[in-house]
Design a protein around this ligand. Structure first.
Ligand code: PBG
Ligand code: ZN
Length: 323
């Protein structure tokens, strides 16, 4: 018998011991469910590259929202798929556009469910970029003016939070000022503060038809190699009035989540993005591993890294498993 002062296995010996000493918990309370909304009625259109995810018409979306609330999911985040796209993304800030209609419908039927609205132009522009184009370049300040219009339209429709995902400079401050001037002082701003230019958004762009027609998003989204820069982005957004700061994607950026959680005393959200979801779905379909085990382990790792909120397409299934 070897003499050992510490035998770590003692505290792993039964589920009871493991539960008792567990450091991180994943709960339905942590989840926000991303949903795509389009026009029409009775439409549930499965997204090819994201099996199990759909583009819903507003009536179907409301059914899903009710189900989510019933499962204890605190909130959803909406992405609009408009019928028409144009150069300036005008359907994105139309007060009667697809997202304002969806917000009003959910708030009328499921008022307790938090409704977040993604604020960006790329789902609404014909060229697929997140801002106005001039001389082949995305313009910063002109874009911010349009993002402000979109955020106001969503807040006035009853959104609990607006979530700028465009990565233009100064948009959080401009949106906060406009919301306050409009009397919307209690609308929350969830800022996509450290959003990287990532190949992991591929399936989302398929879902939203928002792949850039030329170039890429590297002049506004962050370089994957940088983490100090992420701290500067987060600091700026907090200074401009962000209530929650987000890191996106999640899985390849757990170190960034940890740094933000350590350096700022703010709620940190992490976006378990479309590509992370699709990789899991494809591997599960190929028989590589058990879906519930891989999803719970993945989301637990995001919590362990320091995120208090996780945006995930797995939210509904996770809520069912944890119930
Ligand atoms: C819009 C936006 C994107 C995502 C969230 N908001 C796409 C992008 O920036 O290209 C990605 C979400 C995902 O991949 O799940 N700017
Ligand atoms: Zn965008």
């Amino acid at each position: 018998m070897i003499e050992l002062p510490h035998r770590p296995r003692r505290l792993r010996a039964s589920p009871q011991w493991r539960r008792l000493v567990r450091e991180t918990r994943l709960a339905v309370d942590d989840l926000v469910w991303p949903l795509f909304v389009r026009t029409g009625e009775g439409v549930r259109e499965e997204i090819e590259s994201m099996p199990g995810c759909f583009r819903f018409s507003v009536d179907e979306l409301v059914k899903e929202a009710k189900e989510a609330a019933g499962l204890g999911i605190p909130g959803v985040i909406l992405f609009g798929i408009p019928d028409e796209k144009d150069e300036t993304g005008s359907s994105g800030w139309d007060p009667d556009g697809i997202v304002p209609r969806a917000i009003r419908a959910i708030k009328a039927e499921v008022p307790e469910l938090l409704v977040w609205a993604d604020v960006c132009l790329c789902e609404y522009t014909s060229h697929g970029h997140c801002g106005l184009i001039q001389d082949g370049e995305v313009q910063n300040d002109e874009t911010v003016e349009l993002l402000v219009k979109a955020a106001l339209a969503y807040a006035r429709s009853g959104a609990d939070a607006v979530c700028p995902s465009d990565m233009m400079d100064g948009r959080v401050g401009a949106i906060r000022t406009a919301l306050d001037d409009a009397g919307r002082t209690s609308t929350v701003i969830v800022s996509y503060a450290a959003k990287y230019a990532s190949a992991y958004y591929g399936p989302f762009r398929d879902a939203a038809g928002s792949t850039p027609a030329f170039g890429d998003r590297r002049t506004y989204q962050m370089d994957a190699a940088n983490v100090d820069e992420a701290m500067r982005e987060v600091e700026l957004d907090i200074g401009e009035g962000a209530d929650i700061v987000m890191v996106k994607p999640a899985l390849a950026y757990l170190d960034v989540i940890r740094r933000v959680a350590d350096d700022f005393s703010m709620p940190v959200a992490a976006y378990n993005v479309s590509g992370e979801y699709s990789m899991v779905k494809a591997a599960v379909a190929a028989g590589a591993f058990d879906e519930q085990a891989i999803v719970l382990e993945t989301l637990t790792s995001i919590r362990r890294a320091g995120a208090s909120v996780i945006l995930t397409y797995h939210a509904k299934e996770v809520a069912q498993w944890l119930a």
